[in-house]
Ligand binder design. Structure first.
Ligand code: TYD
Ligand code: MG
Length: 459
């Protein structure tokens, strides 16, 4: 038997260490070092190269070139036909790329991929490798969802060597591995799902994909705390990592890119899980905005920019006298530091003291907002709750706040206002710099320069 070298690998950052330690020397995370057995046999480093175009990629020999000499043809994309999926990928699957789809068990990863592949199989050779469900279960699901079943190839297998052998013989354009946690690689002795198995299996498969120009889609499960189990160590091997998550209402799923070498990472795709599988939600504003007709204090609608499109979401704040010595600050769907900053600005430039109040703020629908354009909405919803004064239901608010109490313009102001008008909002409070020169139909736009001007609207 080949000599086996034992190493320890951090599940957080992937750093190697020759001995076990309580804390990772690189990223300083605690209790993250896991044993890793690396085989010394060269079998762990196979060469799948069959095609000259992919020489030099992922391990084979290559010649030096200038950038302009490099052929760009291979960058063309395959459109999956699932508009929301394509949007998150940055316009479709790039030839020869490796994509990781993460999510909790039951999020719908297998369903999404099965639906996508059944349709793509009509144009291209595809191979769906299932290690979790049997081929029969997949077939039954495809039948129930009424998907075309004639062209898609299914393989029930967990050994990556067998998978690449089979793939070599049928030459699929797209190879799906469901999931990477159940795969095992030759020469690695630890259990499937462990760091070493995940790392070696993924390395084996990405190597195959890169050297043959196959699109590789890996499915990965996430742990309870939301991080990808094991695959943290493979994030550098893949080109794009997307997460499928259920948001607030359990019927809806959001797909978001965390890393994408071929597109923007802030795109959000929205799906609904129905009894006929996943359906795209083309107009997400309508699902995140489900308000009662009556205006209530603390509730304010804002327009955030998600990748390439605007989305309307609701903020809810509750401000209540604190019963304990230390006031509580709770932000759900929003950065807690940003909330503290808003409260400081409100105190200093708006003259509203909240030091004796508990402040809770929530973004409705389980959406996460990272945009500073939501500042004005969060500060106004806090004031609205504090003063118990509702903002009329047909008003929408957006704008960034500066530390001097100035309201700063945000990108894509015009599109945000148009989106609000489309959803029946009649008045928009926006930074003066975002006020359009030409009036927009059905909506009155109020431009504000300072926080004080905005607060006047609630006084
Ligand atoms: P699945 O794709 O198996 O999830 P994953 O691969 O991410 O673990 O999806 C399973 C869930 O989706 C399951 O809880 C049931 C639900 N579902 C529906 O509601 N409707 C459907 O048509 C399908 C196929 C699944
Ligand atoms: Mg699954």
């Amino acid at each position: 038997m080949a000599k086996v070298k034992t190493q320890f690998v951090c599940t957080e950052c992937g750093a190697d260490s020759s001995k076990w330690q309580g804390q990772c020397g690189e990223c300083k995370a605690w209790n993250t070092l896991k044993e890793f057995r690396e085989s010394k046999t060269p079998a762990g480093r196979p060469n799948f190269n069959q095609d000259e175009r992919f020489q030099g990629y992922a391990g084979a020999k290559s010649n030096i070139q200038t950038l302009s000499e490099v052929s760009l043809d291979e960058q063309s994309r395959i459109v999956t036909g699932f508009g929301e999926f394509d949007r998150v990928l940055g316009g479709g699957l790039v030839n020869g790329s490796a994509v990781l789809i993460g999510g909790h068990p039951g999020a719908g990863k297998s369903t999404l991929l099965l639906q996508t592949l059944c349709h793509l199989a009509k144009q291209l050779p595809v191979l769906y490798v299932t290690g979790e469900e049997s081929a029969q279960q997949i077939a039954l699901r495809a039948q129930r969802l009424n998907l075309p079943r004639d062209d898609i190839k299914i393989l029930s297998e967990t050994n990556v060597e067998n998978i690449t052998e089979t793939a070599k013989s049928i030459g699929p354009k797209i190879l799906v591995i469901d999931s990477i946690q159940v795969m095992h690689a030759p020469g690695v002795e630890s259990a499937p799902g462990s760091v070493s198995q995940v790392r070696e299996s993924a390395a084996w498969l990405t190597r195959f994909a890169k050297q043959t120009g196959t699109i590789l889609i890996l499915v990965g499960h996430v742990t309870k705390d939301g991080s990808l189990a094991g695959p943290k160590v493979l994030e550098h091997m893949i080109d794009a990592s997307v997460m499928l998550e259920s948001s607030g209402d359990s019927r809806f799923r959001t797909l978001r890119a965390i890393k994408n070498r071929f597109g923007a990472v802030n795109e959000l795709g929205v799906f609904a899980m129905l009894d006929v599988g996943l359906k795209e939600v083309k107009n997400p504003s309508s699902i995140f905005l489900n308000r009662s007709d009556e205006a209530s204090s603390g509730s304010i609608v804002t327009v955030v920019w998600e990748g390439t499109r605007p989305m309307l979401i609701e903020f809810q704040a509750l401000v209540d006298g604190t019963s304990m010595g230390h006031p509580r600050r709770v932000a759900v769907g929003l950065d807690a530091n940003r909330l503290n900053m808003m409260l400081a600005i409100l105190n200093r430039h708006g003259g509203v003291f909240t030091g004796d109040q508990d402040v809770f703020i929530n973004v409705v629908g389980g959406v996460r907002v990272n945009e500073t354009a939501a500042d004005l909405a969060s500060i106004l919803s806090i004031l609205s709750s504090l003063k118990d004064r509702p903002l009329p239901n047909d008003w929408v608010v957006f704008g960034e706040l500066g530390l001097n109490g100035e309201v700063r313009p945000v990108p894509n102001g015009q599109e945000r206002i148009v989106e609000a008008a489309k959803h029946g909002f009649n008045r928009a409070i926006v930074p003066i710099g975002n006020k359009p020169k030409k009036a927009i139909e059905n909506i009155e736009v109020i431009g504000v320069k300072t926080l004080d001007e905005a607060l006047q609207l609630l006084r």
